[in-house]
Write a protein that binds this ligand. Structure first.
Ligand SMILES: [Mg+2]
Length: 181
């Protein structure tokens, strides 16, 4: 049966971590880098001491940052495949970047196509949006409503505490189809 599947963008489809680290390493070669599997915090700024927070935000707030965002391996192919048989809606939170909405629109248009760009929802409170499932790396989503969707946690280092209803693209699309059937 056709399902309505909401899919988060940052760290579920886009690899914000690697995109950030490649710039960070070039800009500050003497500062520590963090591997994604070693991430303990949802926000990258929380992985570093307070004194680096402005430097981190400066990189993320650069208008070109989102434009050059790399995708998680297999994510684009899997989302496109899923969208052929299900109602897929990209459901993403705004980030504090000037032009964030248009940057996200451009990225989705270029990488996932016009239909998914047009149906994309950019919203802080994802409980406002109805769906059967939400695939999202943030395992602590809350909002004003009881969610209509069931969450599938997109596996990342910082949410490894969650062991049920987890998924990542490298598991393969068949695993996801098994979860949503
Ligand atoms: Mg995310």
């Amino acid at each position: 049966m056709k399902k309505n599947i909401l899919i988060d963008l940052d760290m579920t489809i886009t690899d914000l971590h690697s995109t950030f680290m490649s710039i960070w390493e070039k800009k500050y070669p003497k500062r520590k880098t963090i591997k994604i599997q070693d991430r303990k915090h949802f926000k990258i700024t929380d992985e570093y001491p307070e004194k680096y927070k402005d430097d981190i935000k400066k990189i993320i707030n650069e208008p070109s940052f989102f434009k050059n965002m790399i995708a998680i391996e297999n994510a684009i192919e899997c989302v496109k495949y899923l969208a052929k048989n299900h109602e897929v809606i990209i459901c993403t939170s705004p980030i504090q970047t000037p032009g964030c909405h248009s940057a996200k629109w451009d990225w989705v248009l270029e990488n996932l196509g016009e239909a998914l760009a047009k149906s994309m929802v950019i919203v802080k409170d994802k409980t406002l949006i109805r769906g059967d499932y939400l695939i999202d790396d943030n395992h602590e989503i809350s909002g004003i409503y009881k969610p209509s969707w069931k969450q599938i946690v997109y596996k990342q280092g910082y949410n490894s505490i969650i062991t049920e209803n987890c998924f990542c693209w490298e598991m393969g699309i068949d695993k996801l189809l098994e979860i949503i059937k």
